[in-house]
Design a protein around this ligand. Structure first.
Ligand SMILES: [Zn+2]
Length: 125
């Protein structure tokens, strides 16, 4: 999933979510060029940015090498959320504690946010 948002004075507010056409396998996900062009058109039309991507894993939540390589969001402070167990055990109430959030650093590394940092970067209301 991709979260589309807009930059505001208080941060980026998510205004839409999108499940793009994708090629997914055991350790890969890609968005085909035509679907990517469509996404770019939609976000340009609304003045959005791709603020975050969200995907799930069959077991533990972590950022794999493939996740690093194929990440759709590539700007500094972009967020990549990974939900464990294909989200089968996750509810709206447990989402924040189940998922792990990774933030892209200025030197292009995906850094896991620790619990005390999380609320600075991600708030669900
Ligand atoms: Zn992954």
């Amino acid at each position: 999933m991709l979260w589309f948002g807009r930059e505001t004075a208080s941060g980026i507010e998510i205004e839409a979510v999108c499940r793009p056409a994708q090629i997914a396998g055991a350790d890969i996900f890609r968005i085909p060029p035509a679907a990517m062009r469509e996404i770019i058109g939609i976000i340009a039309q609304h003045g959005w940015m791709i603020a975050a991507q969200v995907h799930s894993h069959p077991q533990h939540a972590f950022h794999s090498l493939a996740d690093d390589k194929w990440a759709i969001v590539r700007h500094e402070n972009a967020l990549s959320l990974v939900v464990p167990y294909f989200a089968a055990r996750t509810t709206a109430a447990s989402f924040m504690q189940d998922q792990k959030t990774f933030k892209l650093t200025a030197d292009n590394r995906w850094q896991e946010l620790v619990v005390w940092e999380l609320s600075k970067w991600l708030q669900i209301s």
